[in-house]
Design a binder for this molecule. Sequence first.
Ligand code: ADP
Length: 356
Amino acid sequence: MGSAVEFVELGKTYGAHVALSPTSFLIEPGEFFSIIGPSGSGKSTMLGVTAGFISASKGAVVIDGKNIVSVPPYRRNIGMVFQNYALFPFLTVAENIAFPLRMRGIPRADREVRVRKLMDAVRLGALQDRYPAMLSGGQQQRVALARAAVYDPAILLMDEPLGALDKNLREEMQEEIRGFQASIGATVMYVTHDQNEATSMARRIAIMSTGKIEQIGAPEQLYLDPTNAFVASFLGEANLLEIKSTSLSKERTTMVLLEGGFEVATKTPKDGRAPTFLLVRPENIKVSRSGGDENSALKGYVREVIYAAGTVKYKVSVGPLNINARIMGEEMFPLFCVGEEIQVWWAPSASSLVAA
Ligand code: ADP
C-alpha cells in the first residue's frame, strides 16, 4: 500500500523568483493525484522537491510521519517516471528493470522473481532481451514504469510520462497506468499539462498557476464549482460574465446584475469568495427562437455558428455580452443562422459565482 504524502507550507524560491508559493495539502495513501497547470506554473518543482532532486526553501514533505526534506533522493523510497523514459540504452529490458534492485544489493534470485513480476504487469515478458532502441515509444514507457515500481516504492512520481506519445497510444497507456497503479497500490503524483488526461485518470487534481495551487478537488468538483476564473477557464469552456453587483435574495439564491442591465439568479456560494464573474458552461445554455423561460431569457442574435460532429456552437451577442452556447444531439435541430434573433437562457442552478 502507498504512503500518505503531506506538504506543510512547502515553498521554493530561486533568488527573488517564487517557483512554488508556500503550500499545504495531503495526498491519501494509494491515491492517484494529478497536478496540472500551464508551462512554468510550478508542477515539476512540486515533484522535484518531493523526489529530492530540488531542495525545498521552506516547509516540510511528510511521508509516513517523517519530514523527508533533508533525506537524500535515493533513500526516499520514491519511484520516478519521466517523459523521456531515461532508459539505459546499453541494458536490455530485463536489465533496465532490474537496475534499481542491483543498486540496492538485492540478491539475484529475488531480483529475477521481482523483475519477472513487473515485466508481466506491463506485458513485456516476451521482450526481455531487447534493447531500448528496438522498442516502440509505448513499450519504452512501460519499461520505465516497471523500473520505477520494481523496488516497491510507496510513492510513484510521474512527470508528463505520456508526453512523447501520439494521441491513440496516450489513451491506451492512460488506462494501462491506471490499471498498473491499482494493482501495485502505490500513491501516484502525476504531472501533466493535458486536462483530459488528468480528469480521466485522477481522483483528485491540483490546478497550479504561477507557482500557486489555485484549487484542489475531484475533477467534477473543479469543473462544476471552480472557485476562480483561472480554474473555470483552464478546465473546459467557460462563459465568464462580469458582475456589476449582487444581492442575496433568498438564503441559497443570489441575484446578479450583469453588464447591459441584465438581472439573473444564481446559487449563493458556500464559501465566502468575493464574486467577480458569473460562470455558465456553454453546454448549460439553452437557445430558442422564442418560448424560453420568460423570467430569465435574454434576447440576442447569432454572431457565428460553428458546427462539428454531434455538436453545434453558437456565438451569441446579447447587448454588450458575448455568450457561447454548445448544443448537442437532437436539440441541435433546427439549426440557427448567423444574424438570426434568438433567446438564450439557463437554469440558475447551472451557473455559479467565481472570484477573479
Ligand atoms: P512547470 O513544471 O509547471 O512547467 P516548473 O516547476 O519547471 O514549471 O517551474 C516553475 C518556475 O520556476 C518557472 O517560472 C521556472 O522558470 C522557474 N524555475 C525552474 N527551475 C529553475 C531554476 N533552476 N532556476 C531558476 N528558476 C527556475
